[in-house]
Design a binder for this molecule. Structure first.
Ligand code: S3P
Length: 433
């Protein structure tokens, strides 16, 4: 599939975005570890969360899908069944890493793999702590790359672990394994990362406490099924937010967006750059803050983006690079080396595709330096990465002439309706096969 984008229209109106991907994965995994039924509304429609459901079904979990609602019959903390085939996490790093945590506490053998992109992503970061917790794990390339085999255990050791990198997936894998540990698991984070697992475990009744940057979890305490309403994904909303800021004369309302402070770096950075964003009617859904966002167009200026802000805008760097390209002055992004091991090397991909659109952009080992430019339409490619495809579509909305994004079917990973939602707001975007 290709996306064809033209720049002549302004964006107006209101919309919703798909359910948050991170929260959807966690609701399904934690609901499966609970006793009784969990009902999830607004579960992410993307392919990644679908992979989590399929893997859980292969582990014996009964899941019913009813229009926009998912019902999960929990198996309890360690009542899963040995799968009779290889588990396939597709493109989803969150599925693979969090599932490895759950599998650590299951007394059986399983193997998990993924697509070519996922099979290149580093797994040593979760394998190391999970082996310390008692799982027997083997993987390709000296225990670092999928496919991965796991022999879990009934007696998980509780550990105290200081996270070497600010990764929510590593933190979550340890906490999910810790649910089956004989005692108290402690995770110490030097720089905070998204905290949806902590919030969701507490919502389900787990014995989890947080003080400063230390998370403590008492193992072997059963949790019970809950009703979960998943907020809209701020990482999907980010594409619409940046588009509304950049296209002159736009005014867009995005309803029911999750505004967990570990994820709202995109709002803070756009405001620092001079954007006009209003957070309206803040409320709470199952322990997660939610609001409507009103965004108007504005002229932006370049800024510096680095730690401790970086983990709060981690997934939004491709689209922020587009905002930076349209800003006055230079934007410098640092402390972002992790982007090299996402669905693709996002620093390299962003630099090489935006350069084709006349953007002055330099790659650093841990970031990007982006100069403000008048973008020109071009034929660009997604590198098979959903966030690249959508960021380039936003770039097309402010470029002279037509932009064609090749290999764009990957938007299905997180935001299958992206072209339709954008078109309904007035954007000149169409999908072609
Ligand atoms: C995620 C954590 C982040 C993020 C990813 C989703 C999660 O990855 O980039 O898209 O749901 O826990 P890391 O934990 O590798 O930083």
């Amino acid at each position: 599939m290709i996306l064809c984008v033209t720049a002549d229209k302004k964006l107006n109106g209101s919309c919703c975005v798909p359910g948050d991907k991170s929260i959807s994965h966690r609701a399904a995994l934690i609901g499966s570890m609970a006793d009784g039924k969990t009902v999830i509304h607004n579960f992410s429609e993307g392919a990644d969360c679908c992979r989590t459901l399929q893997c859980l079904e292969a582990l014996g979990v009964e899941i019913q899908r009813e229009n926009g609602k998912i019902c999960i019959l929990g198996r309890g903390l360690n009542g899963f069944c040995e799968p009779d085939d290889i588990l396939d996490a597709g493109n989803s790093g969150t599925t693979m890493r969090l599932l490895l945590g759950l599998l650590t506490g299951q007394d059986f053998f399983s193997v998990i793999t993924g697509d070519p992109s996922l099979r290149r992503r580093p797994m040593g970061r979760v394998i190391d702590p999970l082996v310390k917790m008692g799982a027997e794990i083997r993987a390709r390339c000296d225990n670092t790359l999928p496919p991965i085999s796991v022999r879990g255990t009934n007696s998980v050791h509780p550990i105290e672990y200081t996270l070497p990198i600010p990764s929510a997936q590593v933190k979550s894998a340890i906490l999910l394994a810790g649910m089956n540990a004989n005692g108290r698991t402690t995770v110490i984070q030097q720089i905070p990362s998204r905290d949806h697992t902590e919030r969701m475990l507490q919502y389900f009744g787990a014995a989890l406490t947080i003080k400063d940057n230390v998370i403590c979890l008492q193992g072997k305490r059963p949790i019970s099924g809950q009703l979960v309403r998943v907020p809209g994904d701020i990482s999907s909303a980010a594409f619409i937010m940046v588009a509304a800021v950049l296209v002159p004369g736009s005014q867009v309302l995005i309803r029911d967006v999750g505004i967990n402070p570990t994820r709202t770096g995109i709002i803070d950075v756009l405001k620092m750059m001079g954007a006009d964003i209003e957070v309206i009617d803040q409320r709470s859904w199952n322990g997660e803050p939610v609001a409507d966002l009103m965004i108007g167009s504005a002229q932006l200026k370049g800024v510096e983006i680095k730690n401790p802000l970086l983990p709060r805008v981690l997934d939004e760097i491709p689209v922020l690079a587009v905002a930076a390209a349209a800003a006055e002055g230079e934007t410098v992004i640092s402390d972002a080396a992790e982007l090299r091991v996402k669905e693709t090397d996002r620093l390299k991909a962003v630099a090489s595709e935006l350069r084709k659109m006349n953007v002055e952009i330099k790659e650093k080992p841990d970031g990007l330096i982006i100069g403000g430019s008048q973008l020109k339409g071009a034929r660009v490619k997604s590198w098979g990465d959903h966030r690249m495809a959508m960021a380039l579509a936003v770039a097309g909305l402010i470029a002279d002439g037509e932009t064609v994004i090749e290999d764009a079917a990957c938007i299905d990973i997180s935001f299958p309706d992206f072209p339709d939602v954008m078109r309904a707001l007035g954007a000149g975007i169409r999908a072609e096969n």
